[in-house]
Design a protein. Structure first.
Length: 364
């Protein structure tokens, strides 16, 4: 039986492990919303299936899917991928799923952050989001894992990256946004992170690169590669729409120290040469309560939105001239891992990427 715990992970000796630590399984949610995914979600479903298959080489893989799409997903995905029916509003399990925390005694619990679709009624992306806000608890119930619930604190998993040794990185653009926790000060937000991730230091990067989608999640900008080392997006092209954001993020990280007092080694990771944009002929339903996707909108195509999963790294590819360079740079960061590229343009059209659509359960 899974129960709610009226405490905090830090008080109970639990911490959020880094993504590069051992993992038991990965969760995803099958896409289907015709007001977000073009052509009834069919191109996106193929891309999600490709990502899931790539992940399954390195960890157990569970796909959550609505009742109406269960048979579709089950027929598309290979038998080694578990398919479970679960109600949802959309397919961003990184943000609505649980953040798992572990202790040094083989214990595991989940943090069930309050979810409001990246801004609630202030600037959220869709309404309602009630089923998504239940995903974290349902996953933990299914796995018989106890949970902590932050009923008065909104957070998404894509807005944080930890090193597993006391440091978290995030963006001011996201965590200090009006649609999340407007009544909380920066210090109060830091304390929530410290108590629920069991960290000691927060590295604040000013901006993300997707102000319209997630208010600038960190997982498009930077991550920890290993203790004392980070990766950060970069471009030398001053005409790139994200040039200034890349530069400032890199400067922040190179000047930062982590919770252990180490000055970070920062690896540069290229941005695509040509921005990915929405095409006018995309068949996307217009529905009241959902942000429309319009011709020419710049999509957030970042190679940083990869997933580290045990002995592999699953990396976005866009059919861009710099796809190969991104793979080489990531291979240099993870010399002992297999680097697997997956074309994810269709996922980018819907507002996210590989890291956004996955959530890892650590191995204990």
């Amino acid at each position: 039986m899974a129960k709610r715990i009226d405490s905090t992970p830090k008080a109970d000796g639990f911490r959020m492990p880094a993504e590069f630590e051992p993992q038991q399984q990965i969760f995803m949610i099958w896409p289907e919303r015709p007001d977000n995914w073009r052509d009834g979600g069919k191109p996106a479903q193929k891309a999600f299936a490709d990502v899931a298959k790539a992940i399954s080489e390195f960890a157990e893989m569970t796909m959550l899917v609505s009742a109406s799409q269960y048979q579709v997903a089950r027929n598309v995905l290979p038998p080694e991928i578990r398919v479970i029916e679960m109600s949802n509003n959309d397919s961003w399990v990184r943000d609505c799923g649980p953040t798992f925390v572990i202790n040094d005694k083989g214990g595991i619990r989940g943090v069930d952050w309050k979810f409001n679709a990246w801004g609630g009624l202030f600037d959220g992306l869709y309404f309602p989001w009630d089923q998504d806000d239940l995903i974290a608890r349902k996953i933990c119930d299914m796995e018989r894992i106890d949970t902590y619930r932050t009923e008065d604190f909104v957070l998404e998993g894509g807005s944080i990256h930890v090193d597993g040794e006391g440091t978290v990185m995030t963006t001011e653009m996201c965590l200090l946004s009006e649609g999340r926790n407007p009544k909380m000060s920066r210090e109060e937000i830091e304390n929530m992170l410290k108590n629920h991730l069991n960290i000691e230091k927060v590295i604040w990067i000013k901006d993300g690169i997707d102000p319209e989608e997630t208010n600038g999640h960190i997982d498009d900008v930077a991550c920890f590669v290993r203790p004392g080392e980070a990766a950060c997006i970069w471009t030398d092209n001053k005409e790139d729409p994200f040039y200034e954001t890349c530069k400032k993020a890199y400067e922040t990280l190179t000047e930062a120290t982590d919770a252990k007092g180490r000055k970070l080694k920062v690896h540069k990771l290229t941005m695509p040469e040509v921005p990915v944009t929405i095409k006018g002929d995309f068949a996307i339903d217009e529905v009241e309560g959902t942000i429309p996707r319009e011709d020419g909108d710049i999509c957030i195509a970042s190679y940083m939105n990869f997933l580290i999963v045990n002995e592999g790294v699953i990396v976005p590819q866009y059919g861009d001239k710099l796809d190969g360079l991104a793979l080489e740079q990531i291979r240099d960061m993870f010399t002992n891992k297999k680097i697997v590229g997956v074309n994810t343009r269709e996922i980018v059209y819907g507002g996210g990427n590989i890291h956004c659509i996955t959530q890892q359960q650590p191995k204990v």
